[in-house]
Each structure stands twice: as C-alpha cells, then as structure tokens.
Design a protein around this ligand. Structure first.
Ligand SMILES: CC[C@H](C(=O)O)C(=O)SCCNC(=O)CCNC(=O)[C@H](O)C(C)(C)COP(=O)(O)OP(=O)(O)OC[C@H]1O[C@@H](n2cnc3c(N)ncnc32)[C@H](O)[C@@H]1OP(=O)(O)O
Length: 332
C-alpha cells in the first residue's frame, strides 16, 4: 500500500517505518505490531459500518418483497439514471427523462437503487451532485405509472422501495448536493431532501405538491424536511404546497446558495466548484467525516459517540494521518 502525498510524493509503510526505526530497534517490533493491529481494526470496523449502512429500513418482516416489487416497477419503462464518476472523486448522477420533466418511471426507480449500490462501493468517492436533464430537476413519480399502481399495497411497496433507496442515498459516505434547476416537484422535492445540501439556480423552484394530489410525502421527504427546516416551516410548506424559490429556500435553510447562472452547463460547473471546496483531501478522510456527521445526525448521543470512536479508529494511524505526522502542517 502506498501513501500519496498531496504533491504526489509517495510514502509506503516501510518508508514511514524507516524514517524512524531500524530493524534492531525495539520500537521496530512495536511499529510492526501497531500497523498489523491497525489493519485488523480497520477491516472489522469497515465491515461493521458497511453492514450498518446497508441494513434496509424495510424487509420481509414488513411484508415487503423487494424482488417482486422490482419486477412490477420494471413494467413502467422510460428514462434512465446516469452516473459519471469523475477522477476528482465527485460523481454526477443525472435524472434523465426530460420529455416528462425527469419524472421517475418504474425503471428509473430501480436504476436509482443500482446507482446507489455502485456509489456505496466507490472507494475513491468524495462527493455527489444530483441533477436533472433538460435544465430541470424532477417532477416526482411518473403519473402514468402512478395511475397503474394506485392500489394501496402497490403504493405502499413503492413507498418502501423509495424510502429504502433514499435512506441509503442520504447515508452514502460522500458529500451530496442536489443541483436544483427548473422544477423539483413532489417526489422530486423529496429527493432534494435526501442530499446533504441543495444549490438552486435563479428561477428554480422546490414544491411539495402532495396535498394537491390528496397525498403526503411517501419517499421520506416529510421526515427529512422537518429535520432540515424545522417542524413549523415543514408544516407550512406541506400544508400550503408552497412554491419555494431560491430566496425563500435560503431564508429557510433549505438551500445553501443561489448559483449565478441558470444555464445548464455553467450551473453544473458552479456546483462542482462549490462542492470541491469540501472534498479536498484523501477519500478515506472525506468519507470518515461524512460518516461521523451521519452518526451525529441520526443516532442517540451514546451510539453516535461509539460510531465516532469506530470511525476514528479507521483513520487514526492511517496513511493520511501518518503523512501529516511527517509533514507537520501549520494551520495558520
Ligand atoms: C411520493 C411522490 C408522489 C407519488 O409518487 O405519488 C409524486 O411525486 S406524485 C407526482 C407529483 N408531480 C406532479 O404532480 C407534477 C406534475 N407536473 C407538473 O406539475 C408540471 O409538469 C411541472 C410544474 C412539473 C412543469 O410544468 P411545465 O409547464 O414546465 O411542463 P409541462 O407540464 O408541459 O410538462 C412537460 C411534459 O411532461 C409531462 N410531465 C410532467 N411531470 C410529469 C409527471 N410527474 N408524470 C408524467 N408526466 C409528467 C407533462 O405531462 C408534459 O407532457 P405532455 O405530453 O407534453 O403533456
């Protein structure tokens, strides 16, 4: 295993070892033991954290048969979910159904789950931008599909499928941004709340229209919205099916920033520049930062502290930490 310094200078465990110890040095044995202990701890901790993250919200115990539901969803074809994993560790996930304002068909719901699984296994992943094709975000479920699965059981199954998928998306060990251009409506508005941050372009809109459909959010959007803007503002946005423009979103804390351009290409460039200020550094460290924040956000304090200790153990004495000890950076 080699450790790449920011300027490309490579360190290996032996290089670090030889910086300090000689084979006859008794500390040499200590260092060897510390490295192998670290490797074992790293492996078991990563497996435990990965297992925790992958545990789905709903399973057979809830009468949820995922494989059966996926077969049903795949009857409603159209559009795609495209993922481009860039060399800088930022992924671009594009909702691609512009003819229907990027409404989610059944096959797009299944593809979203497949992309989330891909992202869970992306070792170099640090950030994720979710955007829509055709300079608009997403208009929720494809109403043609919704009509065909409007019976209660199918509706509940689709709801559990999307809640499982969006919860896993929310817990990805990358810093995620919803780039809201044009409209984010219904399930599209809910999808924005599964990201860590939202950036909006001038003239764009987030709108929870569910009330007008005789519904409430079903993809987890209400639970997440309350945690983002507070229960009072969430109640107003849901009961009023209010149009949230960039200014109101900033005021509510629903959006981090209003971008300068509403041009599709330039807005994506702005979003990448905004996100890259938080993804500088080794993927292992950025992923560890997201994991400890996710734990603090979702777990009771003692469980969050234990998870923080576990995650700390995966980076303490790790490549980036050892390099920093050699480099001794001044944090001026
Ligand atoms: C839990 C989630 C919840 C659920 O699953 O039940 C939902 O998400 S329900 C769906 C909620 N979404 C909507 O009700 C949005 C409906 N669409 C609109 O309000 C408008 O299309 C809007 C505001 C998004 C954009 O309006 P605009 O005038 O800019 O465009 P058009 O309306 O002309 O749309 C272009 C074209 O796309 C079709 N379209 C748009 N959204 C959907 C959709 N969700 N499902 C199916 N088709 C959609 C629209 O019908 C137009 O097609 P056309 O053939 O030209 O009529």
């Amino acid at each position: 295993m080699l450790f790449a310094e920011d300027n490309g200078f490579l360190f290996s465990p032996s290089a670090v070892k030889n910086l300090y110890y000689t084979p006859c040095d008794k500390n040499y044995m200590f260092f060897e033991m510390a490295v192998s202990l670290w490797k074992n701890l790293l492996q078991t901790t990563k497996e435990r954290i990965l297992q925790q993250r992958r545990m789905s919200l709903y399973n057979g115990a809830h009468g949820y048969d995922e494989e059966l539901l996926k077969k049903k969803l795949q009857q409603f074809a159209g559009g795609s979910i495209n993922l481009s994993k860039e060399d800088n560790g930022i992924g671009i996930l594009t909702l691609n159904n512009p003819k229907l304002m990027n409404a989610f068909t059944g096959t797009m719901m299944v593809e979203l789950q497949e992309r989330v699984t891909e992202l869970e296994n992306w070792k170099d992943g640090k950030g994720l931008i979710i955007c829509g094709a055709g300079n608009t975000f997403c208009s929720g479920s494809d109403l043609n599909a919704v009509k065909a699965i409007s019976n209660s059981q199918d509706g509940m199954n689709m709801c559990m499928f999307m809640q499982n998928t969006l919860t896993r998306l929310m817990r990805l060990p990358v810093i995620s941004v919803a780039l809201v251009q044009g409209k984010a409506v219904g399930g599209g508005a809910e999808l924005t709340t599964a990201c860590d941050f939202r950036l909006m372009t001038p003239g764009s809109e987030i709108r929870f229209v569910h009330k007008h459909m005789g519904l409430v959010p079903g993809w987890g959007g209400a639970a997440r919205l309350v945690r983002i803007v507070g229960s009072g503002a969430a109640l107003q946005l849901l009961s009023g099916a209010a149009r949230v423009d960039p200014e109101r979103a900033l005021h509510l804390g629903l959006s981090e920033e209003t971008l300068l351009s509403s041009d599709e290409t330039r807005a994506l460039e702005e979003a990448q520049a905004w996100l890259s200020q938080y993804t500088e550094g080794p993927a292992s460290v950025i992923q560890a930062v997201k994991k400890v924040v996710t734990a603090g956000r979702e777990l009771p304090v003692e469980a969050a502290l234990r998870t923080e200790k576990d995650v700390f153990g995966t980076v303490w004495g790790g490549p980036a930490n050892l390099q920093a000890l050699v480099r001794r950076p001044k944090h001026k």
